[in-house]
Write a protein that binds this ligand. Structure first.
Ligand code: 5RP
Length: 227
């Protein structure tokens, strides 16, 4: 059984003809997008807004028509993966470096659906380093300012060079100390010049699709209002 495929494809239940759909990034939502492509070939009429260049490429490959922000008032549903999911459905995202576009699209969506295998479920957020997208200009200073908040930072690198986001920015990955007030951390991060966005997705998830690891790996769907 492919857990990512199971949860990724389950999200299709929430898609209806005529919808504008935010398309997330990563190996779980890959299965959502691939399945959506199959349904589009069979006549489903939707338009997608991708959260990354990688997803844009995939959507084009599977034949999902794309639409730009200037053509829409609102996104009906956005579907995305996560790196960590807490019991209150707060998330850490950005392991793939797409957090900025992902957050813009999640916030623009009427319904934000998260799909993740049960390995992503944690009692509290923070084992996965928190990605923060920063402007390359003066990033050393931005990093110091963030470290002053008590966090340990690492510049994300690929083959010895800084990883570049789709927006041309850097990512700093932070270890969050235990007992950190995440709402407060988010607020403080957003006040630092040079910080563009952080990977905390607090209070954004409407529906969470995962598997029940303790029972029989059956699908579990949780809603924001009865977390
Ligand atoms: C990318 C993300 C992804 O949604 C997250 O990393 C989960 O990816 P995957 O489904 O491959 O485990 O936030 O920026």
């Amino acid at each position: 059984m492919n857990q990512k495929k199971e949860v990724g494809e389950k999200a299709i239940d929430y898609i209806e003809d005529g919808m504008i759909v935010g398309l997330g990034t990563g190996s779980t939502v890959f299965f959502t997008i691939t399945k959506l492509g199959e349904l589009v070939q069979k006549g489903l009429s939707i338009k997608g807004i991708p959260t990354s260049k990688q997803t844009e490429k995939l959507a084009n490959k599977v034949g999902i028509p794309l639409i730009s922000f200037d053509e829409v008032e609102q996104i009906d549903v956005a579907i995305d993966g996560a790196d960590e999911v807490a019991p209150d459905l707060n998330l850490i995202k950005g392991g793939g470096g797409a957090l900025l576009r992902e957050k813009i699209i999640a916030n623009a969506a009427k319904t934000f659906i998260v799909v993740a295998d049960p390995n992503k479920n944690v009692p509290k957020l923070g084992s996965f380093p928190l990605p923060v997208e920063v402007l390359p200009f003066g990033f050393e200073m931005t990093k110091k300012k963030i470290q002053n908040l008590g966090l340990t930072a690492h510049l994300r690198q690929v083959q010895g060079k800084p990883f570049l986001t789709d927006n041309g920015n850097y990512i700093l990955d932070f270890l969050i100390p235990d007992m950190t007030n995440l709402k407060e951390l988010e607020r403080k991060l957003n006040l630092i010049p040079g910080v563009i966005e952080n990977g905390l997705f607090l209070g954004v998830t409407d529906i969470y699709i995962t598997l029940d690891r303790e029972e029989d790996n059956s699908i579990v769907v949780r809603h924001r209002n009865n977390v």
